[in-house]
Design a binder for this molecule. Sequence first.
Ligand SMILES: *[C@@H]1O[C@H](CO)[C@@H](O)[C@H](O)[C@H]1NC(C)=O
Ligand SMILES: *[C@@H]1O[C@H](CO)[C@@H](O)[C@H](O)[C@H]1NC(C)=O
Ligand SMILES: *[C@@H]1O[C@H](CO)[C@@H](O)[C@H](O)[C@H]1NC(C)=O
Length: 585
Amino acid sequence: MKLSLAIVIGLVASVPDATTTSYEVHEKREFTNPVWVSLDIELNRREIVPVSIGLTQQNLDNGHEYLMDVSDPISPNYSSHWTPERVAEGFAPSQETIEPVKAWLVEHGIAEDRLSLSKGSGWIKFNSTVGEVEDLLKTKYELYEHSESRRAHLACHDYSVPASIRAHIDFITPTIHFDAVVTEPKKKRQFPESVVAPIRSSSIDIPSQIKQGPALKISSFGATPQASQFTLANCNSYITPDCLRALYGFLPGTLANHLLELWNIHLRPCFEYAIALVYPQKVTLYQVGDIVEGGSFNTFPDALDLTYCTSGGGDTPGIDPSYPDAYSGGTKACGTITPASVISTSYGYNEADLSPAYATRQCNEYMKLGLQGITILYSSGDNGATLQRGAAGMFNPSFPSTCPYITSVGATHIAAGNPVTAPEQACMNVIYSGGGFSNLLCIAELQSTVVAHYLRDYKPSYSSTQYNNSKKQRGYPDISANGANYLTYVDGVAQLVFGTSASSPTVGAIITLINEQRANVGKKPVGFINPVLYENPGALNDITVGTNPGVGRAGSVLRRVGYDPVTGLGTPNYPKLLSVFMALK
Ligand SMILES: *[C@@H]1O[C@H](CO)[C@@H](O)[C@H](O)[C@H]1NC(C)=O
Ligand SMILES: *[C@@H]1O[C@H](CO)[C@@H](O)[C@H](O)[C@H]1NC(C)=O
Ligand SMILES: *[C@@H]1O[C@H](CO)[C@@H](O)[C@H](O)[C@H]1NC(C)=O
């Protein structure tokens, strides 16, 4: 009976009929990374596929408002952060979402006893045949192979669901999503060298299909410089912790308070800078992924939130590795980590490799962390405004920098010959600050005025086929800090490090020092800082000189006053930021 119903629906798919429920395309792939090659083979329709339906969560529409309620300096509830329990309960999918999706599946022959609802109710999962899911979603699957790892991946170009239940579904896998984890279990590690070992060379092995890679470049000295050269007079050649203190006006930490940690992800040389800047505060290195399973950005919300862990939460099988990892040496963290107050990550994805629903779901996890009073910083990338591989003419923005619920950090430098007291410029030394506008994620209200001013006063010469110029898309970075000539030693060898990877932990250190001062007078950590930044641009040093030409593009505007998608609002002025944050509740 149910089987015959499925077949009838299958036929209807090819002969549109106004009497059936009207289906609408739910997601469509706009871009296929050329590393994935269709094998062009006939699929066995009886092959079993594990299907996961990501249900829409409750109250996400209010998430922005909730976050502003605790982060906006003018809100009476500023810093009244939520508990993790309140966040989990506040957003779980409702019965009004779960029931119609189940009813649709049952109606199409997927019996209720085949369906399983994940912990936290985020996903409905079932095993299906290729034929069944093709009929259900009115699509056609193809088998692809990753041209480097030879990993196979099942995907379709688009898929449809009844119009009446679209609002209850974020996305379904496997469908259009493409960035499968290419690390083969138990094989040689393919995750970037920098994640687990000190960096020894500038050549870092990055799985090219998913990540933009660590935002970092290294240059070696010809002759080893003398320590006597590392003075404030030479900050334009060698950045030291003292140079950063002189640039932004802060002092070493004072409290050895274990509750206020700066949590830095990846890249030890920069991470070690954070240690120097916040000492005696503690810094924790959080290593995302492991040498067995690799990792993804969802590994991070996984570690913090049990309901997000594995494909029962926000993970997508094929994109995200599953944790806890059963293999020896694998990561065990799954909803067991209490996050630090400030978390800085020096890594990014190509936004184009993700679907809007996938990026939005992860972005909302950052909103939830902000609600809990955690500051999330991401480096904006080191390649300026870069073209998208394989997509003619489009810029390639970096995710999660394009998520409006994180603070994206770009890079500046001290121009050659300038003293440490001179205004910095957008970094044009070895690297260019990543920046631009999202193609997927909308602007937050707090940014809309400055972005509109930028696009009015310094209108880039690019068209809407190159970036979304509607003024309604999130711009990044939000803020910037020095990202050139960081003096580091690896195995006793001096190296200079360049990158927004250095800028982000530096901003993290400054926020941590502000948290320390607030803790001293019994105040909460600052949490999501963007509302305070955009409402107090005067607490930042506006960067007005420099550009960020990317691969295949000339630079955009050379001189800008106010916000720009190269250095954001500017670099931190610690004394001013401190006084703004200390005046808040
Ligand atoms: C502040 O928090 C209280 C308690 O959670 C809530 O009732 C109130 O609506 C919040 N205020 C604003 C302005 O949202
Ligand atoms: C799908 O099948 C696999 C392998 O038999 C099993 O481990 C898994 O639990 C099944 N999933 C569901 C949702 O029934
Ligand atoms: C640009 O962004 C706007 C506002 O979010 C959106 O409506 C529009 O579809 C986007 N344009 C393209 C080409 O994606």
